[in-house]
Write a protein of this length. Sequence first.
Length: 250
Amino acid sequence: MGSARDTPDSKNVQRTVELSRENSILLGSTIWNGGGPGIMEASSVGGIEAGGNVAAIKIGGLNTANAAFEQEVSPILVNSRVAICQYFLARKVGLVDAGVRHNQENRTAFVFFPGGFGTMDEGFELLCLQQQGKLGTNYPVPIIFVNYGGAHNWLIEVQDHLADDGMIAEEDKCAIFSAEVLAKLERLGGRHKKVDEYAEGDPDKPVDSVICANNRQVLDFLAAFYGIPANERQYADKLRNWDGENEAPR
């Protein structure tokens, strides 16, 4: 999920292509998006570059005055699977269903790039479903916010205020990517129990929502979350050094 307004030459679009390409290779899962331009189209480009599957669930009947630029399905998806929904509810159900894991071998993730109200709406919807045990009911599914240029710093501030005021529990907050988070996931090695088998405060419960600063952190997180062997983690040397931000975790 991400902005439809980014242009093809923007850094966010280029970084999204890179991450989607390497993510497709790493997880081997279909890249799903909203079928529009900008970040959505960039994720399709990355999936296609990887030789992977791409598909979309697009909303139809958008306001022509405010969303004229995203009326049509991205041309890169012409030969791919695209579903058109007239209602946001149906589209949300479809996107959530696309990310549900049906067995331990499935590798999926919800990845939120910088975006506007639509991206925030979907992000909070998924966080709420995760909080209430409606997402990842059988197997944990990671939710990742990609913090390019500090675009999601607001989320860090909001969740801190909510937790300080007792409106959410500390464990409901998205973790900030760190060496400690990575070490915990590496220790678990992808051996995650079903969600309802974890007791409250269980130290073995995996971190399943996180804010990552760059593509390297996202890929390291996913590789550790799913216990992907080192010989299958071939992304490090293929990441562009975006202003020094794709460095190894510290």
